[in-house]
Design a binder for this molecule. Structure first.
Ligand code: XLS
Ligand code: NI
Ligand code: NI
Length: 474
């Protein structure tokens, strides 16, 4: 048999298999789409129960072993520590496609189109998912939830239609944050707010205006700016100073518009060092804080720290969170992780318990994360293709964070780590140390002290002891 014939047969048999699988799981077959209402009569996730807490001895993959929403830890319910959120783009728009291969996921409710009809159906699937998982929040980009249009008016009308349905379905669920997708459309190839083209800057402004309006309408508690293409590929053709000035103007306008429409949510900037641009202006927490200070925007914004972005910038997630916290800028966490062997934003569900413990040490020190939360900006691996995998990914992510919270609470209640740190700096608790910290000890005064004290005694840092205490808690 010739190769094309074999291929044809293979394709035909795959189609039969695919059709049988689809038909078996009570779905709306793509070949007969008109017989199904927009409303999708049945369940999207048949056979998946409400996910419950069963405790650490449970072996049920569709149950929580550590996350117990109502349980109090350090005086606050677990669900209030976390305020978990599902990221619409990964969970409902992630296809498993990569630069080398076609999409691998074919969720039963999809028909391969980006029509309004399917957008609405996806929104229904989203709420069934959130309800069954037992989380209270979701996050979206404008273009994830509704198809783009040939004109701004058409795109906005599409968005309005899907948002109206989301509002109707939302019940007591809320938007943790909304955002505008300013990186997919070719017009944004040079960036949005930092594009060299005025028309693109204006388009980005119009898109953000609308995205802020719908986030407000959906009772969103935050609004995110992730500058996917706000950066450069080469400094030779880039006026960096002018682009940064434009970015600041853009953000100023966002602040003004937020106030104008009475949106009280927090504006968040999500740092990332690169990808897709070679250099993104919001490189990391410290760079972003400096930018906000320079342009007088520091009181208007907080940061959304994503763990995978932290490691891409050469920091740990803990470092980025602490940097945000000590600057009063910790606003939200995009809870995910990268792979140490892979150098890009793999957006995996976080499963490292030590990492989760570090994260929660910062969150507890911050007094919580509200009105932000933990958004699972995380996706299934390309090879994970069952609908139940969507639940399992989130469950393991939530359980990992719950273990982190319990461990961090243990460390704080035990107090030995805090005591070790306190002791390390105790020389500054002395009278002269207090003068230094109050800015009342100048160089001449300190020189006199050196002559009086002689060579200082320098104590051990006790790093291994700190690590020992830390790992006892895991
Ligand atoms: C991409 C970012 C993105 C933002 C929202 O790397 O994490 O998903 O969270 O635009
Ligand atoms: Ni993110
Ligand atoms: Ni990311």
């Amino acid at each position: 048999m010739k190769a094309p014939k074999i291929l044809l047969l293979l394709l035909l048999s795959l189609q039969v298999i695919a059709y049988t699988v689809i038909a078996d799981s009570q779905t709306c077959p793509a070949t007969n789409i008109d017989s199904c209402s927009d409303g999708w009569e049945g369940e999207f996730f048949p056979g998946i129960p409400q996910i419950k807490y069963e405790g650490p001895s449970s072996k049920n993959p569709l149950a929580f072993k550590y996350y117990n929403a109502e349980e109090e830890v350090l005086g606050k319910k677990m669900k209030d520590w976390f305020r978990f959120s599902v990221a619409f783009w990964h969970t409902f728009r992630g296809t498993g496609g990569d630069p080398f291969g076609a999409p691998t996921k074919s969720w039963p409710w999809e028909d391969g189109t980006n029509s309004l009809k399917i957008a609405k159906r996806r929104m229904r699937a989203n709420f069934e998912f959130i309800n069954k998982l037992g989380v209270d929040y979701w996050c979206f980009h404008d273009r994830d939830i509704a198809p783009d249009g040939k004109t701004l008016e058409e795109a906005n009308a599409n968005l309005d239609e899907v948002v109206a349905l989301a509002k109707e379905l939302q019940g007591n669920k809320k938007v943790l944050w909304g955002t505008a997708q300013l990186f997919m459309h070719p017009r944004y190839m040079h960036g949005g707010a930092t594009s060299s083209e005025l028309g693109v800057y204006a388009y980005a402004a119009a898109q953000v205006k609308k995205a802020m309006e719908v986030t407000h309408y959906l009772a969103g508690e935050n609004y995110v700016f992730w500058g996917g293409r706000e950066g450069y590929q080469s400094l030779l053709n880039t006026d960096m100073e002018r682009e940064l000035n434009h970015l600041a103007r853009f953000l100023e306008s966002a602040v003004a518009y937020k106030k104008k429409i009475g949106f009280n949510g927090t504006l968040l900037i999500e740092p990332k060092p690169q990808e897709p641009t070679k250099h993104q202006y919001d490189w990391d927490a410290a760079t972003t804080a400096n930018f906000l200070r320079k342009y007088g925007l520091i009181d208007e914004f907080k940061l959304n720290i994503e763990c995978n972005h932290a490691t891409l910038s050469g920091h740990s997630c803990h470092h980025e969170l602490e940097t945000a916290r000590i600057n009063g800028l910790l606003g939200n966490i995009d809870a995910n992780t990268g792979d140490p062997q892979v150098g890009w934003d793999t957006d995996q569900f976080l499963i490292d318990i030590a990492e989760a413990t570090n994260i929660m040490l910062t969150v507890i020190r911050n007094g919580g994360i509200a009105p932000g939360g933990f958004n699972f900006d995380a996706k299934l691996r390309r090879e994970s293709t069952d609908v139940e995998d969507l639940f399992i990914g989130h469950i393991v992510g939530m359980d990992t964070m719950a273990r982190g919270l319990r461990n961090a609470a243990k460390l704080i209640e035990d107090g030995s780590l805090d005591e070790l740190v306190r002791k390390r700096y105790q020389s500054f608790d002395s009278e002269i140390g207090s003068l230094v910290e109050a800015g009342k000890a100048d160089f001449e005064f300190l020189e006199k002290k050196v002559k009086e004290w002689g060579e200082p005694k320098v104590a051990s840092a006790k790093q291994e002891l700190a690590e020992m205490i830390f790992q006892y808690a895991l």
